[in-house]
Design a protein around this ligand. Structure first.
Ligand code: GDP
Length: 499
């Protein structure tokens, strides 16, 4: 890592990076909004808009100390879970928010699993205490039942009760965050080059490739280069969370950087280097090191999809949705992904793959793509709401799923007599033991439960007259089959059902 300014280390405390996690509707967004509106630095509240998926606040503690805290603000929709839960990997501290009306819910548990996996400290915020249906005791019990041992109830997990809507207890919550940060001692060398994690990446129609980085160590200075995987960018257009141009940024802060050679991947680490040359050498090396994914070929029919979206995170979310859609009859295979409008190039590329579909999320095909898709017969589907995409996946993919044929047995009979055989036509006598048989039905012929072969019922007789169905008793039949049938064998008549 390049040192800049001076090579003397300058160890300083840095603001903690905090993620709020919990079940949907338990109040994550409300809490993030409340904290942003009431605690922004420099008294710029009101006029400030959030440009990045993270923001910084200044909080004055009970003791009167002013300290900064950075919050990650990742999308809340269920389909974005993967992105959201990755928050725990970037954050230093998590706030696990639990509604005092509902207690612990499935996503609370999922969030807890992510927090424990990331091995970061967490604080429980029991929210919505202003609501008439709030029940603190019941919520506390549900926490204990789920092995979240909070302070005062036999455990050491800090907790507090809040109303994210009204603001009750939010100051105490932020005090707890700072106390936790103090205990964990988040320190960094301010003179070292910057490093951290990419938390957002997109292709912006007007601005080109942009990415949000969370700096976890060191400083990012104008004039250097940031490198992540096979992507790099000059630190020339650098913005803070409110969209203000800045020349330097420090550990614990999110930054927006414009002008990447390619959109960096969310969740990848980044570092800063001193020159473009260094950046190129590293990305080149990373390019060679990137393993080619070899997927096991499956015998099942495959639906190939090309996914285009406005931001990388959305692609992740869609792939996550696809993972949920599993079938034993068909495989959904992502043959490519990309950020940006669906172009004729995309259509051209997938047209070589049989039955490929282009799925666009928050992006549309341009005119030439529509024309070419029509000519080449390539299907394009676009969405802007994730659940619509899920619905489409459900129905469209099911419609494409090949039919499965199932043999449903309707009746079973025992062969009692063998009268004659001519070529493949056997004249037999039998007794129905279960269900019923019908003229024209296919049968399995079994001997001691082993299938000998198949046949078709060509004629049925009962009391010397031809009948179409047998529902009880003894009967005569002509059974066409290559199998030599003997008394004591069984026939099982079946229908073929397609599902
Ligand atoms: P998220 O899905 O976890 O981001 O939940 P939201 O922040 O969107 O909150 C879901 C609903 O609960 C919204 O209608 C909020 O206004 C409401 N809500 C959140 N926190 C509180 C609270 O402390 N008190 C009350 N009364 N309502 C709240």
């Amino acid at each position: 890592m390049t040192k800049h300014k001076t090579s003397q280390p300058n160890i300083v405390s840095r603001p903690p990076i905090v993620v709020i996690m919990g079940h949907i509707d338990h109040g994550k967004s409300t809490l993030l909004d409340y904290i942003r509106k009431t605690n922004v630095v420099d008294g710029e509240a009101g006029g400030i808009t959030q440009h990045l998926s993270a923001y910084c606040v200044e909080h004055t503690t009970k003791e009167g100390a002013k300290k900064n805290i950075t919050f990650l603000d990742t999308p809340g929709h269920e389909a974005f879970q993967k992105m959201r839960f990755r928050g725990a990997d970037v954050a230093d501290i998590a706030i696990l928010i639990v509604s005092a009306e509902d207690g612990v819910k499935p996503q609370t548990k999922e969030a807890l699993t992510c927090i424990l996996k990331a091995k970061i400290p967490y604080i429980v915020a029991i929210n919505k205490i202003d609501k008439p249906g709030a029940n603190l005791v019941r919520t506390q019990s549900s926490l204990i039942e789920n092995e979240i041992y909070i302070e005062g109830m036999g455990g050491d997990i800090s907790w507090t009760q809040i109303s994210a809507k009204v603001g009750t207890g939010v100051d105490e919550l932020l005090d707890l965050v700072l106390l936790t940060a103090e205990l964990a001692e988040f320190k960094t060398d301010a003179n070292a080059g910057g490093s951290g994690t990419v938390i957002e990446g997109k292709l912006d129609g007007k601005r080109g490739t942009t990415a949000t980085l969370m700096i976890k160590d060191g400083s990012v200075l104008s004039g250097t280069f940031v490198v992540s995987g096979t992507s790099y960018a000059p630190v020339r257009i650098m913005e803070d969370w409110s969209g203000k141009n800045i020349k330097e940024a420090h550990a614990g802060e999110p930054i927006g950087i414009v002008g990447w050679n390619e959109v960096p991947k969310i969740g990848e680490a980044f570092i800063t280097v001193g020159s473009k040359k260094e950046a190129e050498v590293i990305t080149q090396k990373n390019k060679l090191a990137t393993p080619k994914i070899v997927e096991a070929e499956s015998d099942l029919p495959t639906i190939p999809l090309l996914i285009k979206a406005d931001v990388l995170g959305t692609i992740d979310a869609i792939v996550h949705e696809l993972e949920k859609w599993k079938s034993d009859r068909m495989v959904v295979k992502v043959i490519g992904t990309g950020v940006g409008t669906i172009s004729s190039n995309d259509v051209q590329n997938v047209s070589a793959t049989k039955d490929a579909i282009i799925v666009g999320f928050n992006v549309k095909p341009d005119r030439s793509a529509i024309d070419l898709a029509e000519r080449l017969g390539v299907e394009i589907e676009t969405f802007d709401i994730i659940y619509k995409l899920s619905e489409w996946l459900e129905t469209a993919l099911k419609a494409r799923t090949p039919m499965k044929e199932e043999e449903v047995i309707t009746g079973k009979a025992k062969i009692l007599k063998h009268f004659s055989t001519q070529k493949n036509a056997h004249v037999l006598g039998g007794r129905l033991e279960e269900g019923n048989l019908a003229l024209g039905q296919h049968v399995r012929i079994t001997r001691r439960d082993i299938e000998l072969g198949r046949g078709v019922l060509k004629n049925l007789q009962q009391q010397k007259s031809n009948v179409k169905n047998i529902s009880e008793g003894e009967f005569g039949m002509q059974l066409d089959s290559k199998v030599e049938i003997a008394p004591g064998d069984y026939i099982e008549a079946f229908n073929i059902i397609t599902t």
